[in-house]
Write a protein that binds this ligand. Structure first.
Ligand SMILES: [Zn+2]
Length: 287
C-alpha cells in the first residue's frame, strides 16, 4: 500500500504503558488493591477511592500512562495503523453522505498490551482486535499482527489494513443503526444469535472492502494488496480457525463466517464500493 506516516492522531489513544491495572489520581494500584478499596468502601459506607484523589471507581476511562517503550517494528506498525485509521475516517463521511442519510462521526482507536478495561468490559489480547459499540473505540494489541502473519499466514501491509478497516466497518454499522437492530434481534431470538453474528461480521468485511475500493480509486494500492486483503479475510474464517485448533468444522457454531464467505463479502464491497451490495441480512444472502 502506498502510505506515508501522517504523524500522531487525536483519535489514537496509546494505553500500552498503562499495564492493565486500575489507576486513580496518578496512583497505580493492581486489581487486588482495587478490590480491597471496594470492600473497605462497602464495609464503611465511605468512598475509600476518594482518598486516592478521584471518585472514579470504574477503572475505565482515560488512564494516565507511563512513556511507551516500543521497538522500531512496533513504531512502524503504530504509524501504519494511524494512517489507516485516519484514511478510513476520511473516506466514510464521503461514502455515507453519498449513499445514506447518516453522517459519520469519528471512532477512537486504543493501542494496548496484553489486557484492557474497555467500555465493553475486560478484554485480553488473545481474543483479538475488537470494536466496542458502547464507547465507539477499536481496541488492538499490535502483537496480533505477528500472529496474523506467523500463525494465520496473512502477511503484507494490506492484511494489517484490512483488520482496522473491518473494525471501522463495525463502527459504520453502529452509525447506520444496524448494530443496535441486530443486537435487539439477537436478544429476542437467542437460538439464531450465531447467524446474526455471522451476518454482522460478513457485513463488516464487506464494509472493509468498500474502503479498499476507495483506496484503489485514489491509486493507493500496489500489486498484491487486494490479494493480501482477501487472504487476510480468509485467514480468520471460522472453518480455518476450527481446523487449526484440531476441531471438526461445524458451521452451526460459526460466529464470523467461513473463509470463503469472508473473502467473498470483502470482494463484494471492493468491486463496486456500494453499501447496497453489503446487505448480508437480505434473505438468502448468507447460506
Ligand atoms: Zn468483527
Amino acid at each position: 500500500m502506498r502510505w506515508t506516516p501522517s504523524g500522531d492522531s487525536s483519535d489514537v489513544e496509546d494505553q500500552r504503558g498503562s499495564g492493565g491495572g486500575f489507576r486513580f489520581g496518578g496512583v497505580h494500584i493492581g486489581c487486588g488493591g482495587a478490590v480491597i478499596l471496594l470492600v473497605l468502601s462497602l464495609l464503611f459506607h465511605k468512598n475509600f477511592f476518594a482518598l486516592l484523589g478521584t471518585g472514579d471507581q470504574t477503572g475505565s476511562g482515560p488512564v494516565a500512562t507511563r512513556p511507551v517503550q516500543e521497538t522500531p517494528g512496533e513504531s512502524t506498525e503504530r504509524q501504519f495503523v494511524t494512517f489507516v485509521l485516519n484514511d478510513t475516517q476520511k473516506t466514510w463521511p464521503r461514502i455515507l453522505s453519498q449513499q445514506s442519510d447518516a453522517s459519520y462521526h469519528h471512532a477512537k482507536l486504543v493501542l494496548f498490551r496484553d489486557s484492557i478495561n474497555s467500555g465493553c468490559g475486560y478484554a485480553q489480547a488473545a481474543s483479538g482486535p475488537f470494536y466496542c459499540p458502547e464507547d465507539e473505540k477499536v481496541y488492538i494489541d499490535l502483537a496480533f499482527y505477528d500472529e496474523l502473519k506467523q500463525r494465520f499466514g496473512a502477511s503484507g501491509d494490506f492484511a494489517q489494513a484490512y483488520v482496522i478497516a473491518h473494525e471501522i466497518g463495525h463502527h459504520v454499522q453502529k452509525i447506520l443503526g444496524i448494530e443496535e437492530k441486530v443486537h435487539s434481534a439477537m436478544e429476542g431470538d437467542s437460538r439464531h444469535a450465531k447467524q446474526y453474528s455471522v451476518r454482522l461480521e460478513l457485513q463488516a468485511d464487506c464494509f472493509a472492502g468498500i474502503w479498499a475500493h476507495s483506496t484503489q480509486q485514489r491509486n493507493l494500492l500496489e500489486a498484491g494488496d487486494v490479494e493480501e486483503g482477501l487472504n487476510a479475510a480468509a485467514a480468520v474464517g471460522d472453518d480455518r480457525l476450527q481446523r487449526m485448533a484440531g476441531k471438526t468444522v461445524n458451521p452451526e457454531s460459526f460466529t464470523h463466517g467461513s473463509s470463503a464467505q469472508r473473502s467473498s463479502w470483502f470482494k463484494r464491497g471492493f468491486d463496486a464500493g456500494k453499501i447496497s451490495d453489503c446487505d448480508t441480512f437480505a434473505s438468502g444472502a448468507v447460506r
